[in-house]
Design a protein around this ligand. Structure first.
Ligand code: TNX
Length: 750
């Protein structure tokens, strides 16, 4: 393009009518008052940014200049100018995070009484800039007066179940801040990994940060204290407070693996790979537990300037405390009537320690069990009834339950996140809506805000962005506005959301669909003796890359959009890509030759509709270590009696079937498994009866591969497997034998 033409086009853009520019105003969260005016401000290399002389204001001005350069390519300098961008501290603008932004053809002014407000004004101004690079850009003339409805607007990331590197965290902080999320809750410890360096207890990371997966590989990672300091400061510069969470007394297996003396049994255990709730918890009856935790917190607190510290407190099975002599002695000494009282004692003791250091304790809503101190902030995750209980008790509350981003968007869409009213009555899920309404109204001032947790059993650095975005934008507006819940507000938000996607694209964010899954893979045997892999795609421009040799597919591996035929058995791996971005870890399918594949299957009792359909038993695809992987069929309090009709007399060498144990999820191995065969489907020969060894106290997922091998090949048309469940379990298995599961996959006939 000639220089003259470029100059003409640039000149032309300055003359664009207001209406065209108006289309460019699409701010999220929508400011409280926004008035569009005539004309626009021309930003170019002559623009100067002026700021108050204090350090934080200077930092905010530098952040703005860098943001303008990154977004438009225009290098603006600091310094006073009549025709520039002026940041002002003005006590007349009331509210801790409030700001005013005035754009006129002559000047851009951001004023606020606090540096917080000033920074949010800068973030709003960034949203008024176009995404494209240019020598000069027009900022539409507007008058904005803005302030949030809720003070706590948070996102939680679980870095224990899966680890996220520092640059991933920092990218998310950039995005959260852009949408005025002001709280990052960093879930740093859990059963499956301890992720923060503690100098006094080096084994927390040398041992506690690493686990051995079912396939023998080591998985883990942790942040050094220097990295933590960097992240906290990175967040501070973006108006985000980082709240650390150190889980106690439950969800502590990783710490116990490093220091077994923390548990009541003091038994050496590995860092667990099993999701769910673990009974191996910090021992309340041992003074050493408190010394340890106070020493840990003593190193954690100086890293986080936040006034709040999260100590978890959720999902604490009290069995170990019930069995432990020193815990029972303590209970009697304190005159407590049960172990719930010990939980309360535990939490209050930690709370007392934190208060001595000037910090406020935050905990999940279980901290109310046994009665919690009202100074604690309660994070409500088990529904509106728990939220009401905490409010009525006098605690300040942060709501998390409706915003669990580990629920995929087909089950928790953007619209639902946007329209959930955290000061409402809790909707249909709540038991006591009338009572909640009254409590919520009377205790409105105690409702600090809300948080969206991303639990990471199934989330990882590749797929996390598709779970966070665009739903975090809906959360951001919900909490900033507090009132945006009706149809008109949703329609308006949805339109503005579309304008954000090009920005997310420019930052290479792998955001997900609004109310669908990124992709769902389905595989079934085809008529050619191979398999057909099908992808149900959440985006039209999503592409699937796959391999058949077990390696991780890359952008140059063979690809398909909707379906592909896989001709032979092997390890199939597939990864979704979109716009050059990888969207997930590989989905793997272990494909095996199976004479029963695709044959008629008859089940005396159907499996639960919550897991794989019955055909998963005869699709030639083996289940993995995760019972949610769509390959395992599950029976709740039922036996399995499965018959396959091979449709003609067939020579059989072996029959096998896999069963899963995952005791944390109440999945038990079968008590007995019988393999049978028949010529006519009427008269059965029992070929073999197995009684697998079962260890109910081992929480690691285990695959039981049971198999009958014929000494001499037999001929049969019907093959049958009968698996019976345990009707009684050892006394120390929590909850007894009722409501347990049998999980099975693949009736493999060779
Ligand atoms: C419950 S929510 C948990 C987490 C799990 C989550 C899975 C809460 C306080 N505890 O440990 O990751 O469910 O959705």
């Amino acid at each position: 393009m000639s220089k003259v033409l470029v100059r003409c086009l640039l000149g032309l853009s300055a003359l664009l009518p207001v209406a065209a520019l108006a289309a460019g105003i699409a701010i999220i969260p929508q400011p409280r008052h926004l008035q569009q005016e005539q004309g626009s401000y021309t930003l170019d290399a002559h623009t100067r940014v002026e700021a108050p002389k204090d350090a934080r204001s200077g930092e905010i001005a530098a952040f703005l200049r860098e943001a303008i350069r990154a977004q438009t390519g225009i290098a603006v300098h600091e310094g006073g100018a009549a025709h520039g961008i002026v940041l002002k501290l003005d006590p007349a603008v009331q509210g801790d995070e409030a700001y005013r932004l005035a754009v006129t053809p002559q000047q851009v002014t951001i004023s606020a009484s606090t540096d917080k407000g000033l920074f949010w004004g800068v973030q709003t101004l960034r949203q008024l800039l176009p995404v494209a690079k240019a020598a000069q850009v027009e900022i539409p003339a507007v008058r904005i007066e803005d302030a949030p409805a809720y003070a706590w607007r948070g996102v939680m990331l679980d870095v224990s179940r899966h680890f996220y590197p520092v640059d991933f965290i920092e990218k998310q902080l950039d995005l959260l801040s852009y949408y005025k999320i002001n709280t990052f809750h960093w879930h740093l410890t859990d059963d499956q990994g301890w992720r923060i360096e503690i100098k006094r207890y080096p084994k927390l990371t040398s041992v506690g940060a690493w686990r051995t997966e079912m396939d023998g590989t080591r998985y883990g990672g942790f942040y050094t204290q220097a990295q933590i300091r960097d992240v906290v400061d990175y967040a501070r510069r973006r108006n985000i407070t980082v709240i650390p969470e150190i889980e106690m007394p439950g969800h502590s297996v990783a710490a116990i693996a490093a220091y077994p003396e923390l548990s009541c049994s003091k038994k050496q255990v590995p860092v667990t790979t099993a999701w769910g709730v673990h009974g191996n918890i910090d021992c309340v009856g041992n003074e050493g537990t408190f010394t340890f935790l106070e020493n840990v917190l003593g190193e954690v607190l100086p890293l986080f300037p936040s006034p709040y510290v999260h100590i978890g407190g959720d999902e604490v099975p009290k069995g170990n405390w019930h069995e432990c002599a020193s815990c029972q002695a303590l209970m009697r000494k304190l005159g407590l009537k049960d172990e719930e009282g010990l939980q309360s004692y535990f939490i209050k003791r930690i709370q007392h320690y934190l208060e001595s250091k000037g910090k406020t304790l935050v905990g999940w809503d279980e901290i109310l069990e046994g009665g919690a101190d009202t100074h604690a902030v309660v994070e409500a995750w088990r529904g509106a009834d728990e939220q009401a209980k905490a409010l009525a008790n006098g605690n300040r509350v942060v709501v998390a339950g409706p915003f669990y981003l580990d629920r995929l968007p087909d089950r928790l869409g953007v619209q639902q996140v946007f329209r959930t009213d955290i000061a409402g009555d809790g909707g249909d899920g709540a038991k006591s809506r009338e009572a909640n309404r009254a409590v919520f109204a009377a205790h409105r001032a105690q409702l600090l805000g809300a948080e969206a947790p991303l639990w990471s059993e199934r989330a990882n650095p590749y797929n996390a962005e598709s779970r966070l975005y665009p739903r975090v934008l809906a959360l951001a507006e919900n909490l900033w506005r507090g009132d945006a819940h009706d149809d008109a507000a949703w329609a308006d938000f949805h339109q503005r959301l579309q304008a954000q996607y090009p920005r997310l694209d420019a930052w290479r964010v792998a955001y997900g669909p609004e109310d669908r899954r990124v992709v769902k893979y389905m595989i079934a045997p085809n008529a050619q003796g191979g398999w057909q892999l099908q992808a149900q795609r959440g985006f039209d421009d999503l592409v699937n890359h796959y391999t058949l040799d077990g390696s991780t597919p890359g952008a140059d591996s063979p690809s398909f959009t909707d379906t592909v035929a896989v001709p032979h058995a092997g390890t199939l791996k597939v990864v979704p890509f979109r716009r050059g971005l990888r969207y997930d870890d590989p989905s793997g399918f272990a494909l095996v030759e199976n004479l029963a594949a695709g044959k008629p299957l008859n089940l005396a009792q159907p499996p639960s509709p919550s897991y794989a359909a019955a055909d998963a038993l005869i699709d030639g695809v083996l289940g993995g270590s995760d019972f949610h992987d769509g390959r395992w069929a599950g029976w709740n309090d039922r036996d399995i009696d499965a018959t396959v009709d091979l449709q003609q007399p067939t020579t059989i060498h072996s029959i096998s079937m896999n069963f899963l144990r995952d005791t944390g999820s109440r999945i038990l191995p079968p008590r007995q498994v019988s393999f049978l065969a028949s010529i006519d489907g009427q008269h059965w020969t029992t070929l073999q009866v197995d009684k697998p060894q079962a260890d109910f106290s081992d929480a690691a997922p285990l695959d039981y591969h049971l198999s009958y091998k014929a000494t001499r090949p037999l001929s049969a048309r019907y093959v049958r497997v009968v698996a019976t469940r345990y009707l009684a379990v050892p006394a120390d298995f929590p909850g007894g034998a009722a409501d347990t599961w049998l999980f099975a996959d693949e009736i493999l006939v060779k």
